[in-house]
Design a protein around this ligand. Structure first.
Ligand SMILES: O=P(O)(O)OC[C@H]1O[C@@H](O)[C@H](O)[C@@H](O)[C@@H]1O
Length: 391
């Protein structure tokens, strides 16, 4: 059964069967809810019902959908999209049940008015910001009064002309520049759609889910990567920290979908030359600073790996638990990853591809790259996530 929640500023559909929520519209004016929308719901589930109505006009239209006034064109378009979605049954792959809640977060205007989700966890006092452009997490504060954990370049632009430099950009479907697509693919160059903002993990975690489908990507990218796929990205503030989960589904019916990907974490540090990175002992890596030569990291580094010069390495089969110790701030960032088999370590150290603030960040990026990344069979999905915790 579908239940509609009508409230400012969003209209949510809560599908109780699998307890999945969908954020349908951010329109503040719900007066022009179209009959298309309701009939789409009714055709799928005659028991569609409205609960907790806060808007009298909406209630009236829902009560008499067939005779409702013609809806606004914009909302009709949204309604048609929803109808298509319902008919096609393109469901979210995230199985964890969510409960829509204003407490979990809301849409706000980000820099230059770009749409942005502000997530809050009232229990842990964490706050995060996620731009729909690139589904980029640009800010994470791990507790009340805590410092910003992510680095944003002073040269970052927030006008959709290029990826946001900093935060956690998503590299997909191509990690790096070796391929037909721009460096790191196009997921960070396009607008994602907000699917829902809800409470999960028994109400202890705040989450937003963003989606991207191949059909919504610009023709230029579709030509260079001619595969049908859907991508879902859940950003969650839970009792442990910040969780970012990426799920890719191959929508091709008769061919495989190959991709490489990474969560390009820009961690903010006080001084990159005064950090130690843990977890890379004895690993093989591709050295991008040395014509992609394969090398092996020293056997055991009990005191961690220092960053004393430019590094650009893609470590193969990296352990799922990694950490970076900031010896000035006396903080530890732990990275617990799954699905992303590899991990990239990057800092330009003032050299080529640098950034004015290069001393203030380290990129530790859960990656799938080695062994040709991931190849999905028709209708198959892949999920990779990271959980960041700061102490
Ligand atoms: O595209 P950005 O954010 O400037 O990051 C670029 C860097 O991203 C890293 O992941 C790569 O390993 C580097 O080779 C590359 O230079």
């Amino acid at each position: 059964m579908f239940i509609l929640y009508a409230g400012n500023p969003a209209l949510l559909v809560h599908r109780t069967g699998i307890r999945e929520s969908r954020l349908i519209s951010h329109r503040r004016d719900l007066a022009s809810v179209g009959s298309t929308f309701l009939s789409a719901l009714k055709s799928r589930d005659p028991s569609a019902a409205l609960v907790r109505p806060k808007h009298s006009v909406l209630q009236a239209q829902l009560n008499a959908p067939e005779s409702g006034e013609p809806a606004g064109a914009k909302f009709n378009q949204l309604a048609a999209e929803l109808a298509q979605e319902l008919a096609g049954g393109s469901e979210s792959g995230f199985t964890d049940a969510g409960v829509p809640s204003d407490e979990a977060g809301s849409m706000v205007e980000g820099r230059n008015g770009l749409p942005c989700v502000r997530l809050t966890n009232t229990q842990t006092k964490q706050v995060a910001e996620v731009y729909l452009f690139g589904a980029c997490v640009t800010s994470w504060k791990a507790r009340q009064g805590a410092e910003e954990m992510l680095y944003i370049s002073e040269e970052a632009v927030f006008d959709r002309s290029k990826p946001i430099r900093g935060g956690i950009p998503i590299c997909f479907p191509q990690f790096g520049s070796d391929g037909a697509l721009p460096n790191h693919g196009f997921a960070r160059n396009v607008d994602w759609k907000l699917h829902c903002i809800d409470l999960v993990e028994n109400g202890t975690a705040s989450r937003c889910v963003l989606t991207l489908s191949s059909e919504e990507t610009p023709a230029l990218f579709r030509e260079a990567f001619p595969f049908k796929f859907s991508a879902e990205y859940a950003v969650t503030l839970n009792l442990r920290g910040l969780r970012c989960e990426l799920r890719i589904t191959n929508l091709e019916t008769d061919r495989e979908l190959p991709f490489t990907a990474a969560l390009h974490n820009y961690f903010r540090v006080r001084d990159v030359s005064k950090i130690r990175v843990f977890g890379y002992d004895n690993l093989e890596y591709m050295d991008k600073m040395d014509s992609n030569a394969m090398k092996r990291e020293e056997a055991v580094m009990l005191s961690g790996l220092p960053v004393e010069a430019a590094v650009d390495r893609v470590y193969k089969n990296a352990p799922d638990e990694l950490a970076v110790f900031d010896m000035v701030a006396l903080t530890v960032m732990k990275i617990d990853k799954r699905g992303f088999t590899d991990c990239t370590l990057w800092n330009p150290f003032g050299g080529s591809g640098s950034d004015p603030g290069w001393q203030k960040f380290i990129c530790i990026e859960p990656t799938v790259f080695h062994n040709n990344g991931v190849t999905l069979k028709p209708n198959e999905s892949w999920t990779g996530y990271q959980e960041l915790s700061a102490e």
